[in-house]
Design a protein around this ligand. Structure first.
Ligand code: T1G
Length: 699
């Protein structure tokens, strides 16, 4: 039963049991209303509401959004709870989130075990608390604390919730017994039916200026997103209107959010993040191998960041460098990064020391003899990587997983130098590795199923979103990025300035524009990679001549103080540099290009179409398992705005036929073969099918 009811002596107990997270599906809402009616009619003196399983209600059932609403709605359930004639006590464990916490807020009292957390994460789904959260929370904790909680969507620990006044008691497990005791205590002291709706919002932090400053702050912090602004409007309504009018205003705002494209995109990403770690067709019997110790080869920026990922998850790391100097530099860099995190108040000094102590340095390969997983993060040269893997094959124990952090080299070729290619896999981290959430798991031809299962599991364990990719040049992310970067170069040589190009993409919501990203990563990286390619492989010189010219002038990007922009040595502030415009002009005349005015729409479109078309090729070749995997990769690895859903979701929303037609128009306009619509796209359009249809047919 989704919701059950029992009378324990004189206390009624309502129990929700809807695994995995007790989401408030239609059945649960109905069950709650029925159980409440039973409790109201029997001899119980108070009612305890709790959940089975790993958590209290973690929210509305997100999979029900976009479908016709079914009664009772959550506001109706909450009104029934708050209107009960007997005290209702919410007993919280796990994560009481969203609609789940709103249910708790409609109860008259709340208790929680110490490791519980409460939160209203709706904003992460492009929504807002639509069942009283924006009206009840400010009544309990004031406007500032309420906006901080609801606009950030961050969970609050039980201890902090008690301090804020969101809950009334932190109890010891077992929860049910403690909650029953608390209920009896309330009955004994004749506790009143304390309805949050009857409270008023403290006026001291509810001025118009306050709300205006929140709108400005959120306008910057959550650029382009609609829900945060609606949240401010709802909390403002709570401080201005009687409860029921505020609730109605909130509901209206909520419904508009549920119908918004931004929320559809963010809900798509929510489920795509949870699908990505699942490897289709994997032998269900293949269990992850235990990973208790990890080795990292290379103490540079990537190696150090990767080591921190494992130490942050409590896994001991052996970091190997060729010599002591290199090792000292690597460990010092890690220490510096932890220091920065502590100085930002994101980590305590003790915790930083504890994590740093989990990272042990060595210059001796023999010290990797007992690790369960080793990740190579050395210089991007096939020869160097082959030498490292041959050495690892000698020293690592049987069953150890040998992984490479290469961002584009052939993992099959690396695996072939070992006697155990089945134990070789690509684990492609993104810089800064201890921050970026994307992890491309690269499946080589011989990679064993349990090695893949292990890679996905360890990826989640270190807080990453693992996405499976097959071997090709640049895997999923970087392969698409080459097409995207090509358009940035061509738009420049055709007449658009770096500022205009970056502005077009940041206007769409990209965290940074393609040229600013180039300056951040270093223009010399791409330059060196191009030096290793033939002219044919490099493609049209117009697509890299400006970048080459800048590098040959010593303009490597931020690290040299100048690239497509100039950077203030102190503040690193970026500014337009007329010298770059001269370089662009010179290259345009050298390559016979007459500059013209490009609209920001054209610039944006060409970048998005370049990503999307390559995405279709990647799906057709089986390099990526699902369109959602590509979307998750771009959101967590390349700064694609989650509220746009990722390149493939964007294409689906826009309409595959319109995408195909736009590509054909670009092909006619430029005569360039790479604008030829991908065969999969052509096929789907010709059959009037969607990517979801294609996925359903494929599996
Ligand atoms: N609805 C439907 N399915 C859900 C769900 C939900 N709210 N939450 C989780 N799942 C599924 C998920 O897809 C996965 O399925 C499985 O449960 C385990 O999840 C009116 C409008 C609770 C912290 O935003 O943050 O309430 O892949 O892998 O890592 O105001 O899930 O196994 O098939 O993430 O342990 C607000 C969303 C909703 C919380 C657990 N609530 N969930 O994390 O497991 S909007 C949220 C989470 C709302 C009201 C509004 C996390 C978690 P599958 P998991 P986890």
């Amino acid at each position: 039963m989704l919701v059950s009811y029992e009378l324990v002596d004189d206390i009624g107990v309502i129990t929700v049991n809807n695994p995995p997270v007790n989401a408030l599906s239609h059945g649960v809402r109905e069950g709650l209303v029925t159980a409440l009616a039973t409790a109201q009619a029997d001899s119980s003196k108070a009612i305890v509401l709790l959940c089975e399983g790993r958590t209290f209600i973690a929210g509305a059932d997100i999979s029900e959004f976009g479908k016709p609403p079914q009664a009772p709605s959550l506001p109706e359930v909450n009104a029934a709870i708050e209107g009960a004639s007997k005290p209702v006590i919410a007993a919280l464990h796990g994560t009481a989130l969203g609609g789940g916490f709103e249910v708790a807020l409609s109860c008259h009292y709340r208790c929680a075990v110490s490791d519980a957390a409460v939160g209203l994460p709706e904003v992460k789904l492009g929504l807002l608390p639509g069942a009283g959260g924006t009206q009840r929370v400010p009544r309990l904790i004031g406007v500032e604390a309420a906006l901080d909680m609801i606009a950030s969507g961050k969970p609050v620990t039980a201890a902090k919730a008690l301090k804020l006044g969101l809950i009334d008691r932190v109890v010891d497990a077992p929860l049910k017994a403690a909650a029953l005791a608390y209920a009896r205590e309330l009955v004994a002291e004749g506790a009143m039916l304390r309805r949050v709706r009857d409270m008023t919002v403290p006026a001291e932090d509810a001025s118009a200026e306050q709300f205006a400053s929140w709108r400005t702050t959120l306008g910057k912090r959550m650029r382009g997103q609609q829900a945060p602004q609606r949240i401010v409007a709802c909390v403002e309504a709570a401080s201005r209107l009687p409860f029921d009018e505020g609730l109605a205003f909130e509901r209206g705002q909520f419904v508009e959010c549920t119908e918004s494209e931004q929320s559809a995109a963010l809900r798509h990403i929510f489920f795509a993040e949870r699908q990505a770690p699942k490897v289709l067709g994997l032998d269900p019997a293949s269990q992850p191998r235990p990973i208790q110790r990890v080795g990292i080869i290379g103490g540079g920026t990537m190696g150090g960041g990767i080591a921190m990922c494992f130490a942050n998850a409590g896994i001991p790391v052996t970091l190997l460098e060729l010599n002591q100097d290199g090792l000292d530099r690597g460990l010092a860099l890690i220490g510096k990064n932890y220091g920065i995190t502590v100085s930002k108040g994101k980590l305590s000094e003790q915790e930083a020391i504890r994590r740093e102590r989990l990272i042990r340095g060595t210059t001796d390969y023999a010290d990797l003899g007992e690790v369960d997983l080793v990740i190579e993060a050395v210089f991007e040269s096939m020869e160097v990587k082959r030498q490292v893997f041959a050495r690892l094959d000698e020293v690592c124990k049987p069953g150890a997983i040998l992984a490479t952090n290469t961002s584009y080299l052939d993992v099959n070729e690396i695996a072939r130098v070992t006697s155990r290619p089945q134990d070789v896999v690509g684990l492609h981290f993104f810089s800064p590795a201890n921050i970026m959430r994307l992890l491309e798991v690269v499946r080589a031809d011989d990679t064993a199923d349990d090695v893949l299962a292990t890679a996905m599991a360890i990826g989640k364990r270190i807080g990453k979103v693992p996405v499976l990719a097959r071997v090709c040049f640049g895997f999923i992310g970087n392969r698409m990025l080459r097409q995207y970067a090509r358009e940035a170069q061509l738009c420049m040589i055709e007449g658009a300035s770096p500022e205009q190009i970056d502005g077009a993409l940041t206007g769409f919501g990209m965290a940074m524009g393609p040229l600013a990203v180039g300056d951040l990563a270093g223009l010399d990286i791409g330059y060196k990679a191009r030096q290793a390619l033939t002219d044919a492989q490099k493609g049209d010189p117009k697509s890299y001549c400006i970048a080459d010219a800048l590098v040959e002038m010593g303009r490597l990007g931020q690290k040299s103080g100048a690239g497509y922009y100039r950077y203030d040595p102190e503040t690193r502030a970026r500014s337009v540099d007329p010298e770059v415009l001269e370089v662009i002009e010179a290259q345009a005349s050298k390559h016979g290009v007459s500059p013209r005015a490009l609209s920001s729409d054209e610039i944006l479109d060409r970048h998005l179409m370049a990503l999307v078309n390559e995405g279709f090729r990647i799906l057709e070749e089986g390099i990526a398992q699902r369109p959602g995997d590509i979307d998750v990769a771009y959101v967590h690895g390349y700064g694609f705005p989650a509220y746009q859903g990722g390149p493939m979701f964007y294409a689906a929303q826009r309409g595959l036929a319109s995408v195909r037609d736009r590509l054909k128009a670009l092909q006619r306009q430029t005569g360039a073969g790479y604008w030829e619509p991908a065969p999969l796209l052509e096929r789907l359009v010709s059959k009037g099918k969607s990517l979801d249809d294609w996925m359903a047919e494929k599996h």
